[in-house]
Design a protein around this ligand. Sequence first.
Ligand code: ADP
Ligand code: ZN
Ligand code: ZN
Length: 732
Amino acid sequence: MLYAEVVVPVPVRSIYQTFHYWVPEALQSELLKFSRVEVPFSGRLIQGFVIGFGEPPRLAKIKSIKGIVEKKPFLDEELFKTAQWMSQRYLCGLGDALHCIAGSSVPSRKDEKYSKGLFATVNNSDQAGLVRAPKQKLALEVALAKPGLNKMELATASSTSVAVINALIEKGLLKEKFLQIKEDISFHGKLPQLTKEQSFAVGEICQALTAEKPSAWLLHGVTGSGKTEIYLRIIQDVLKINRQAIVLVPEIALTPQMVHRFKTRYGNQVALLHSGLSQGERYAEKVRIRSGTAKVVLGTRSAVFAPTPNLGVIIIDEEHESSYKQDENPKYHAREVALQRAAQYKSVVVLGSATPALESFCRARQGGPYKLLRLTQRVDHRELPQVHIVDLREELARGNTGIFSNTLKKALSKRIEKKEKSILFLNRRGYATVVVCRQCGQVIKCPRCDISLTLHTNGLLRCHYCGYGTGAPKKCPQCASTAIRSFGLGTQRVEEEVKQLFPDVPVLRMDADTTTRKGSHQKLLDQFIQGNASVLIGTQMIAKGLDIPAVTLVGVVNADTTLHMPDFRAAERTFQLLTQVAGRAGRGETEGEVIIQTYDPEHFSILNAQQHDYINFYQKEMTTRKVLRYPPFSYIIRILFSGLNEGDVISAAQSWQERLTVIAKKVGNVDIEVLGPAPAGIPRIKDRYRWQLILRGSVSRDIRKIAALVLEQAGIRFKQVSVSIDVDPLTL
Ligand code: ADP
Ligand code: ZN
Ligand code: ZN
């Protein structure tokens, strides 16, 4: 008899609890350690992972494994250790951690032929009869020169659009074929001569790389200082010693621009892992990574788990980005996982940012565990853009109640005249923020979430949390007064205003409402880069990563939207966002200009963003954090309780609070605090009430231990209330 020890993603008594199953004869030859299997569990079939073989402790009611889901497991000893570490670090079940690392299961199509690319069916573009279609001719020429690109890549490389490529496919001039892996693609272009600062950084990191001692580097470099070029050079050395690299970028920054840069340098050795891939594509990429054919993994957060058998470096670009932290269970941070994996491989972690997270900079400053490398100059000594601050209170006093100050209006029309491009940034989509009754003060809220509804130009009020939509009321639902009006500002409203001011100027808007369809994000960008649109309006989607030389003006319509959020990171977020947005201006020959509109022009986040002064910002913000005992001066665990009945939710929170307090006393560490229960930042979402506890202390291990002990106590589970634990939450 053969028994397998299986980990399943269900709530278990302890994070180490496993279950034993009998392995049927037919499966015995195929089943491996770490195989993903299907097993019966409480009357249903679920997926789990085999983590070992052996006799069960007691031979009672053993069920058998139903089937093997994945023949060749992507998990290995190293990733398994990472899962164990995750379950302790984030207080999640081992099964949840393994599922998170392995990702969703394989598709039915088990081809290992990898992704498809486009190939020309003619040898010469002159034979194609495209005299009347110059764009198609151009794209065909690029396809001849660079066979194997996919649609998006070809569109970008030829500065055309996907529509143009589709037309060529329809005419039979391009064909999609499976790519054969070519390993010998090498870069023949000329590499730029590194600046002094760049070559120092590359030198230090590559030395660490060959020393085979784990190390972590914080690369603090102003926008445009050539960080990406440094990543590319490090990878060059990683490939020389026959190891693999993982490069993480925030979701939004994974534009074809970035992909193109890596692919032109490292060709088919690059594997992509991001949410835009189909399951089949994702699987194919993982196969290439596991086999070692793909040596450079470029991807978003979950690519940190890429099954690299021979990891040499993990690079995290824009390391301060909140998208590196997963919202759902397990609530991991890619930066922490990267450090963990790198330690196992004795490899190197590189964190890059113009505005590092406070925690990261603090760790680097205190001499460890990160080493600090700085790039103070932009490549080619291009100037950082001039930033003007406009005091909206003065505008109001002058009788200007519009969205745009005179300064911004003038600057816009000047750029439009000169046929240059402008970006207008506002961190809020929709038309107006809230609809309020002027008679009784009632704010129209979502009936399911405790949050105000946002007015959109189609007249609908929408909830940005649950998607609930309703017509805008003509009368106040509370007092029936008709004196209701909308307040606040969203991107749709800005668009309308620009169109009124400049009726003949083509305008584009990019936010969650205009980019719901796959590929629409890139389409809008292409339109802005190649088309005649002079103004792009958008939310934080446009703040990062864009490198559009024609953009000479960036206007921040209202800097205060992030400043006054009830969040201990509000000042940091604002500084980061403003610095990033400002970095979009002046990437070409012409000098850039940035205009920030605010009601709070003396705020240090705004002033330091104006001066491009990270260090000063850091020092000021650290003082505040210290006084209020927020991270990095403490560690926090947030425990969130939610349920349909508020009474149940509160009493669950109270019972946790009591137990936490008792155990904290036993641990005897005086600096541990249990704060709450208190309503969460958003007190209700989708009809579920939300209350929270904050556990705070100066040693992360201590508070995690306390929470783990409570979690393991019998009788702490509730039927009607779910408990969600967030270690090192980004917001409270
Ligand atoms: P960052 O990632 O810090 O914003 P990039 O690496 O994107 O900066 O560099 C900005 C621009 O400068 C890119 O177009 C890049 O190709 C170019 N560049 C980078 N390093 C050099 C160099 N040493 N010499 C010339 N151009 C460079
Ligand atoms: Zn809602
Ligand atoms: Zn009213």
